[in-house]
Design a protein around this ligand. Structure first.
Ligand code: MLT
Ligand code: MN
Ligand code: ZN
Length: 306
């Protein structure tokens, strides 16, 4: 299978429209060695196939499609390589792009868990609004560990894992998490037997999550914050990373420590990187730490095969 990173930033993107933190200001001024990034999304397709699955529909999806010609194979007057959209949660940065995909003549195949479908019907009624356009052909993501296939994308198997993270602020269960608010997904290429574990929002690593990571050939996981107090310390927000469902990279029990426990052969990648995170600065000591640990920082346009 081929994995394309369409967007590697967390909500807000990089630079964020209203932010003048060291990273955002430095990127605009050209004084920081860093790449701009759109809000997180990946596209996964089997080898030899144009059609694939869009993981999360970022508010930046139109820009992402424009900059990746593979997503528009132009086989007919109206066309797209997006056979289905699969949501990891119901957050704004992962669901708003559904509005931008409304000009279809058939309902958009949409895979999500029950709690996410509920949030996108009640708290943020994107699915109700979309019913006035193309509508969605909603498919339930099972949470019992059953693997599933996505029609139109043969040769890939998907398995979801409920994660400890956070539902969106408009979710009725923002403060009372239910399984399926956030998921990680293992994607296996049936021909090569190789797999990716994808989890852009991951607040804590419990034993089943670590098992899923350890069983994958590559993990692409939550890279939002370097420290728990990154936003309050910079004066850009009051919330701690863990409070909003993101495990920071540094420190005891942080993501770096967990990634260090994976088998040596596992490729490690961070995605959903907040604009405040020092790892965006390619000359930072934090980025050097990741390089020593053989952890890659996703960039828009990055592609690899598994
Ligand atoms: C999050 O993952 O916490 C979100 O990116 C927040 C947001 O979209 O504002
Ligand atoms: Mn997010
Ligand atoms: Zn910023």
């Amino acid at each position: 299978m081929r994995i394309t990173v369409l967007g590697a930033a967390a909500g807000g993107g990089f630079p964020q429209w209203n932010c003048n933190c060291r990273n955002c200001a430095g990127l605009r001024a050209g004084t920081l060695r860093a790449q701009p990034r759109t809000q997180s999304s990946i596209f996964v397709r089997p080898d030899g196939s144009a059609d694939g699955v869009l993981f999360n529909a970022s508010p930046d999806v139109l820009e992402q499609i424009r900059s990746r010609p593979a997503l528009q194979p132009a086989r007919q007057l109206r066309d797209s390589a997006i056979a289905a959209v699969l949501l990891m949660d119901g957050q704004i940065d992962h669901a708003t792009g559904l509005f931008m995909l409304r000009e279809r003549s058939t309902p958009l195949p949409l895979w999500c868990t029950d709690p996410v479908a509920e949030d996108l019907t009640q708290g943020n009624p994107i699915l109700r609004v979309l019913s006035h356009y193309c509508g969605v052909d909603r498919q339930r993501i099972p949470l019992d560990g059953q693997s599933f296939e996505v029609p139109g994308v043969p040769g890939l198997r998907f398995r979801a894992l409920p994660l400890a993270s956070k539902a969106a602020p408009y979710s009725p269960h923002r403060n009372h998490p239910v399984p399926g608010d956030n998921i990680g997904v293992s994607i296996t290429d049936c021909a090569s037997g190789r797999s990716l574990f994808y989890a852009p929002g991951l607040g804590a690593i419990d034993p089943p999550t670590f098992d899923a990571m350890a069983n994958a050939d590559a993990v692409m996981v939550d890279g939002t914050f370097w420290t728990d107090d990154e936003m309050p310390r910079l004066g850009v927000g009051s919330k701690l990373a863990r409070e909003i469902g993101h495990l920071p990279q540094s420190g005891p029990g942080g993501m770096i420590e967990w990634l260090g426990k994976l088998p040596t052969r596992t490729r490690r990648l961070l995605i959903h990187i907040n604009n405040t995170n020092p790892i965006l600065d390619e000359d930072s000591p934090e980025r050097a730490t990741l390089a020593r640990e053989r952890i890659d920082v996703c960039e828009d346009g990055m592609e690899f095969q598994l």
